[in-house]
Design a protein around this ligand. Structure first.
Ligand SMILES: Nc1ncnc2c1ncn2[C@@H]1O[C@H](COP(=O)(O)OP(=O)(O)OP(=O)(O)O)[C@@H](O)[C@H]1O
Ligand SMILES: [Mg+2]
Length: 237
């Protein structure tokens, strides 16, 4: 349903070209869970932003359901069924949680469905529906509200950037059960957490802007732990 063909992304920094993503070729099937992992700065968030149209690739193509969408903007991609949850959620001045959920799903939701989305992310609707989306909400609360927004959207392709960040006190089982419940969508999740990686049909390991490996959780996590051991022994990566 989604194909990334020869994606390159570079920026100019101090007059020098900085290559952030290098020849990325990936294919994502319908109704599967993909987890992208890799060291800090390896290009994971950049890759999600390129899929959502927040950034444009320097070269290469993004193909969604057979259509070249490389030049489409965020709104056009959202209308095609893509949803995106930021690594650092944004606040919206003047908007309340309920408004965000209604805007996200493109309709006025009844109280029952609003409550069910919020309770899935461990929030009590009564306490949150009327809260303004501002900096008074904690980082973890904002992350959860963003997850609830993605649930309300019922998208066909959901992109989550480190959904576990800041919600440590909330049971991981709840988080992983959310991904498993989104069965009629393709979910691409950036994560550093083994318990999220375990939910994946396929894990993608990104290193220095390149796809280093892709495969099942066990194969990829074995490689990661072998690399950690090599580092601990002072060897080369
Ligand atoms: N606009 C920019 N200007 C300069 N450097 C940038 C810019 N955007 C991204 N980078 C660099 O590109 C690299 C990849 O960034 P990205 O945010 O995609 O990493 P990441 O894999 O998501 O890391 P993390 O695990 O820390 O979230 C980093 O080295 C980052 O500093
Ligand atoms: Mg990131």
């Amino acid at each position: 349903m989604l194909k990334l063909e020869n994606i390159n992304y570079f920026i100019m920094q101090n007059g020098k070209k900085k290559h952030i993503l290098k020849d990325v070729n990936l294919s994502f099937d319908e109704n599967k869970i993909y987890v992208i992992t890799g060291p800090n700065g390896s290009g994971k968030s950049t890759l999600l932003k390129l899929i959502m149209g927040i950034l444009q690739p320097s070269s290469g193509k993004v193909v969604f359901n057979g259509k070249d969408i490389t030049n489409l903007n965020i709104n056009e991609r959202a209308n095609m069924g893509m949803s995106y949850a930021f690594q650092q959620p944004v606040t919206f001045k003047g908007l309340k949680v309920e408004d965000l959920m209604n805007t996200a799903s493109g309709k006025k939701n009844d109280l029952t469905s609003l409550c069910s989305h919020l309770s899935m992310v461990g929030l009590c609707a009564r306490d949150y529906l009327n809260r303004p989306l501002d900096s008074k909400l904690s980082g973890g609360e904002l992350k959860r509200i963003e997850l609830a927004m993605v649930l309300a959207r019922k998208g066909k392709l959901n992109l989550f950037d480190e959904p576990e960040a800041g919600i440590d006190l909330w049971s991981f089982e709840n988080l992983t059960s959310i991904f498993k419940s989104l069965k009629s969508a393709t979910n691409i999740i950036v994560s550093h957490q083994n318990r999220v990686l375990e939910t994946a049909d396929e894990v993608i390991l990104l290193k220095q802007g390149k796809v280093e490996m892709l495969g099942g959780f066990e194969v990829v996590s074995k490689l990661i732990s072998q690399e950690k051991c090599t580092k601990l022994r002072g060897g080369h990566e």
